[in-house]
Design a protein around this ligand. Structure first.
Ligand code: FES
Length: 123
């Protein structure tokens, strides 16, 4: 049912944790299941130099959280804003259709964290 990449990112999630004094924080809940993801960003000159997350959710939510944080690390905030849940799911070798809603959590949490950053820095 799950690809090897999904299993890998679920069993060994990258970037789990918190960042002290983050430049942006985003927390969202999934309306479908009530699961929660929180993202912390460290940003220098509009480049995401570090990212950590905490996800209270299912395996697909954890795998997409892990993969999406890997995909935005080192990218500009505008590139990170353009990341879609579909691109994350594709990078993971696909998700079962009933689990696609889980991947929305990561996309929305990253967008919320960048919005928080932009608000705090008057951008
Ligand atoms: Fe809630 Fe997957 S079931 S995020």
């Amino acid at each position: 049912m799950y690809s090897d990449q999904v299993m890998d990112h679920f069993m060994n999630p990258r970037n789990v944790g918190e960042i002290e004094n983050p430049d942006g924080v985003g927390e969202v809940g999934n309306a479908k299941c009530g699961d929660i993801m929180k993202v912390f960003l460290k940003i220098e000159n509009d480049i995401i130099v570090d990212v950590k997350f905490k996800t209270f959710g299912c395996g697909a939510a954890i795998a997409t959280s892990s993969m999406s944080t890997e995909m935005i690390k080192g990218k500009s905030v505008d590139e990170a804003l353009a990341l879609t849940n579909k691109a994350v799911a594709e990078a993971l070798g696909g998700l079962p259709p009933v689990k696609m809603h889980c991947s929305v959590l990561a996309e929305h949490a990253i967008k919320a964290a960048i919005e928080d950053y932009k608000k705090k820095h008057n951008k």
